[in-house]
Design a protein around this ligand. Structure first.
Ligand SMILES: [Fe+2]
Length: 269
């Protein structure tokens, strides 16, 4: 590690890329591949990063080709890419495709300087909402126990373990968020929990932990009384600096304006 690493650990997060097998693929009328290309170009022209984290819903059609497209696009920019699945993903295909790219890592945790990062799988086959399995909860506990002194901790996963709007219930969030929160509290807490799934920018402090939601690299959502609807915001990504003192500085960046072709439904903004 260079000198600069002693000051800060830099992470670029890209989430909910929702790519397709073919260039004709569209999500809500939007060319998610073109959006991702623009986002990646902006991100790597503007920031240096120690690692890249892709937090799920990387494919929209769960095709092998969509993962090849993604891996080709992202691995051009960075030699260390961590990833985890979302509700739209096909886990065996992800493993198979990403396994062929040296930049795509299979490690489920990472240590850089004083920071410890854990990558969790909250995706449940055939379901939109998430859940951490007993095995994932156990892995989390073991990681918390292993990394409890002289370090700071952050967890990445796909599903939101907190609601985006506390007045509204969220049927798509992490189903056992309470068990997750209890476990974190029992084992000393973490500095941050960082996720995707909700396709929006939101940072909430809760019990000493920052809960950080990030915009999609494609189509944006906003919470409503009945669920999620489309938002007119531009594609984006998140840049995070993890300080040696445990402080976290983060910002989202958006590329362009309303994504071209976006089809708004009745009730969408
Ligand atoms: Fe998504």
């Amino acid at each position: 590690m260079g000198l600069f690493h002693r000051m800060v650990v830099r992470v670029l997060q890209f989430t909910d890329t929702h790519l397709f097998a073919t260039p004709e693929g569209r999500m809500k009328g939007v060319d998610t591949s073109a959006c991702l290309a623009a986002v990646l170009e902006h991100a790597f022209a503007s920031h240096q990063a120690d690692i890249v984290v892709l937090t799920g819903d990387l494919s929209q059609d769960e095709s092998k080709e969509s993962y090849v497209n993604l891996a080709d696009m992202v691995s051009r920019y960075h030699p260390e890419i961590h990833w985890l699945p979302g509700n739209h993903d096909h886990k065996p295909l992800m493993k198979e495709v990403f396994g062929a790219y040296p930049a795509f890592r299979l490690e489920l945790s990472r240590q850089i300087g004083p920071w410890r990062f854990l990558f969790l799988d909250s995706a449940v086959e055939g379901r939109v909402e998430g859940e951490l399995s007993a095995a994932e909860l156990e892995r989390t506990r073991a990681w918390l126990l292993e990394n409890r002194s002289d370090c700071y901790r952050a967890i990445f996963l796909h599903h939101n373990p907190v609601t985006m709007d506390s007045r509204r219930e969220d049927r798509m969030m992490l189903r056992n968020a309470e068990a997750f929160e209890t476990l974190l509290a029992e084992e000393g807490g973490v500095e941050a929990v960082i996720f995707g799934h909700v396709h929006q920018d939101c940072v909430q402090g809760r019990g000493g932990t920052l809960f950080i939601a990030s915009p999609s690299t494609g189509v944006q959502f906003r919470p409503t009384a009945t669920g999620l609807t489309i938002d007119r915001k531009a594609p984006g990504y998140r840049y995070i600096e993890f300080g040696t003192d445990g402080a976290i500085k983060t910002e989202t960046f958006r590329v362009g304006s309303l994504p071209e072709g976006l089809r708004l439904l009745e009730g969408d903004l």
